[in-house]
Design a protein around this ligand. Structure first.
Ligand code: PMP
Ligand code: GLN
Length: 390
């Protein structure tokens, strides 16, 4: 995170957005929508500011939002939560993830993630001083799939936390029932806690269905489930997240969270509470819009000669850029830094989501991630510009 000379590296998303800005490239790199979430939800935050909800909210989050999270988990998944003790509001899912890892793991512990993994997962494990182990997700016709044998071999008595992410960034995979059961079995076998990042829970396509791993038999007691409002309501800048699970685990996360931020932004909390209760139609409209953008980008990329894997969820498509690599641009890391300047499109190399030198990093060396959470005009411009590759 911080090099011995004291310098820090920006995240790959910050780097790629900066490059898109200076080159004027269509930014299919960093995953944030270029349309704001529903006006009625934004107006609720404005009203809350006018009504004086501008001082620290309770550290656990306002009661209305904790109740709305509990109501949402019950209505969607049949998970019954006590909003007093089993729900904690955080500054985005990022804070919930980091606080959970810091609370549960330290030096001598292993934290296992899928690989590729979201960048903040690896950073949280490093901050905790724990050892990061990984299990590959490999590209197949029907999606990136978890190596179940590697899972069995990598989970050991030292594994304190299994960090799951489904729907998965960057691959767009929605873990299957069989994959979730395999993870649950391993967590049970070594008595590990499962921390599950479900920020894309509502953004699934075709017939894919998101199943929270906490709903599998015997998993409730050992699972912390994390989500946020950013993706579901296209309000990524509001940074309203939450974590739910058994009271003892939530207390442990709170112990860390209280000294990271103490609380999140007050006026956003009542707005998101109402969004969770009354925003179903907004979520399904967003899903429909994203589904057609995903199809448009997939068709465009395949026609150009990228090998793509159809995502079952999220904002992202991963594509193998091998057909476009040269001696000067030998891998996806170089391609992603070359493309904005030469072609006018930004993307992210999948190697940024892998450990340096890992088997997965080498398998996905030529892969890039494109986001389709951009308006139709931006997507059309990007696809048109990419024609220059052929
Ligand atoms: N987890 C994953 C997998 C993500 O893709 C993101 C953000 N795009 C986050 C967590 C962060 O969520 P938040 O903005 O709510 O902190
Ligand atoms: N999660 C977003 C992505 O994957 C980026 C969020 C960030 O920049 N930290 O692109």
């Amino acid at each position: 995170l911080v090099a011995p000379d004291g310098t820090t590296k920006p995240t790959v998303f910050a780097e790629m957005s900066a490059l898109a800005n200076v080159t004027g490239a269509a930014n299919l790199g960093q995953g944030f929508p270029d349309e704001d979430g529903p006006e009625w939800i934004r107006e609720l935050a404005v009203s809350a500011i006018r009504a004086g909800e501008n001082q620290y909210p309770p550290g656990r989050g306002i009661a209305a939002l904790r109740q709305a999270v509990a109501e949402h988990q019950y209505r969607r998944y049949g998970i019954s939560l006590d909003p007093e003790t089993e729900v904690l509001i955080t500054a985005g899912a990022t804070e919930a993830l980091t606080a959970a890892i810091l609370a549960l793991a330290g030096s001598g512990n292993e934290v296992l993630t899928l690989e590729p993994f979201y960048d903040s997962h690896a950073a949280a494990i490093a901050m905790a001083g724990a050892v990061h182990t990984t299990v590959p997700l490999r590209p197949h016709e029907e999606g990136f799939r978890l190596d179940l044998r590697a899972l069995r071999e990598t989970v050991t008595e030292r594994t304190r936390v299994i960090l799951v992410n489904s729907p998965h960034n960057p691959t767009g995979t929605v873990l299957s029932q069989e994959e979730l059961e395999a993870i649950a079995r391993e967590a049970d076998r070594v008595n590990a806690v499962v921390v599950t990042d479900e920020v894309y829970e509502h953004l699934t396509f075709d017939a894919a269905e998101h199943v929270p791993i906490a709903t599998l038999p015997s998993m409730w007691d050992r699972t912390l489930t994390i989500s946020s409002a950013g993706k579901s309501f296209s309000l990524t800048g509001w940074k309203v997240g939450w974590v739910s699970g058994p009271a003892e685990l939530i207390e442990a996360v709170l112990a860390i969270k209280q000294f990271l931020t103490y609380s999140g932004g007050a006026p956003f909390q009542p707005a998101i509470a109402k969004a969770l209760l009354a925003g179903e139609s907004d979520i399904s409209e967003l899903r429909t819009r994203l589904e057609s953008r995903k199809d448009r980008l997939l068709t465009g990329l395949s026609a150009l000669g990228f090998r793509t894997v159809r995502p079952a969820g999220t904002y992202f498509v991963c594509a193998d850029a091998t057909a476009f690599l040269t001696d000067e641009v030998p891998d996806a890391a170089a391609f992603a830094r070359w493309l904005p300047r030469e072609v006018g499109v930004a993307c992210v190399p999948v190697s940024a989501f892998c450990r340096d030198g890992s088997e997965t990093a080498s398998l996905l060396r030529n892969w890039v991630r494109f986001t389709f959470v951009k308006d139709d005009a931006t997507l059309e411009i990007a696809i048109e510009r990419l024609q220059a590759l052929s």
